[in-house]
Write a protein that binds this ligand. Structure first.
Ligand code: SAM
Length: 235
């Protein structure tokens, strides 16, 4: 697989500045991934470089027009000779989860469309769904409404990029994480509680089993704690 490429299209490119920090920034420096952020206004025409207009059918707010979006998406797609995953960020989309992060981490080219205002004219989704070189996914990061898709793109990019081989120093740490751990019944669990030094802090002791050196006991205790935590979340 060649180096995965991520293109983010937004009217606020500065919102994506954190991508140069921490592990994602290092992954770019180490040329494990390629991230490009594009200003949608560069693809707008007219004196005012407008990217939105009033909604057909009436109602509050403005809708992002299809033309600048298609120009931007076509322009980034032209640069990559691979199938494209077009991710349209919307609170009306399918909820993002760890399984989707793993699936997207195996793709070569992801394009993130960050909406603003009342969102993007739906014909953009419809049009690219008919294009054989595109897979279109409408994705939400949760049941709440943000002002724009930029924060959602950051969340999804971080979740995906940390799964790409070489990005995290010790790949074993990915196996023991929330939403990846499974018990004997193949139930997906969240992670067990973690502790470090000091052994006693503000009157609270580290559970004795973790100091026992008995790896079997420790593994059993951790699975049990993961099951208790997971069950509590379902209450
Ligand atoms: N009118 C839209 C609705 O009710 O579904 C909400 C538009 S929201 C104010 C503007 C943009 O923020 C959306 O187009 C989308 O790109 C982004 N956005 C808001 N909430 C989101 C979420 N939960 N997940 C992903 N993107 C979101």
């Amino acid at each position: 697989m060649s180096k995965p490429r991520f293109d983010v299209i937004t009217i606020f490119p500065d919102y994506l500045a954190p991508l140069s920090l921490s592990l994602v920034g290092k992954a770019q420096e180490n040329e494990l991934i390629d991230i490009n952020v594009h200003d949608l206004r560069d693809f707008a025409t007219g004196v005012h470089k407008s990217v939105d207009d009033t909604p057909y059918g009436g109602g509050a707010g403005m809708v992002m027009a299809p033309e600048p979006w298609a120009s931007a998406i076509d322009s980034v797609a032209e640069k990559v000779d691979q199938p494209h995953e077009l991710i349209i960020l919307t609170p009306a989309g399918k909820k993002f989860d760890q399984a989707t992060a793993y699936e997207l981490a195996s793709k070569e080219h992801l394009i993130f469309a960050c909406g603003r205002y009342e969102g993007i004219d739906f014909r953009v989704t419809e049009h690219y769904r008919t294009q054989s070189t595109f897979t279109v996914r409408e994705i939400s990061i949760g049941d709440y409404v943000l002002n724009g898709g930029e924060v959602a793109a950051l969340v999804i990019l971080e979740a995906i990029i940390r799964l790409i081989p070489g990005v995290i120093g010790n790949p074993a740490s990915l196996e023991e994480e929330s939403h990846s751990i499974r018990n004997g019944s193949d139930q997906q669990l969240v992670e067990y509680p973690s502790y470090t030094k000091p052994q006693e802090w503000r009157g609270l002791e580290v559970p004795a089993v973790l100091l026992s050196g008995n790896h079997g006991e420790i593994a059993r205790w951790r699975t049990q704690q993961s099951e208790i935590r997971t069950k509590k979340l379902q209450e």
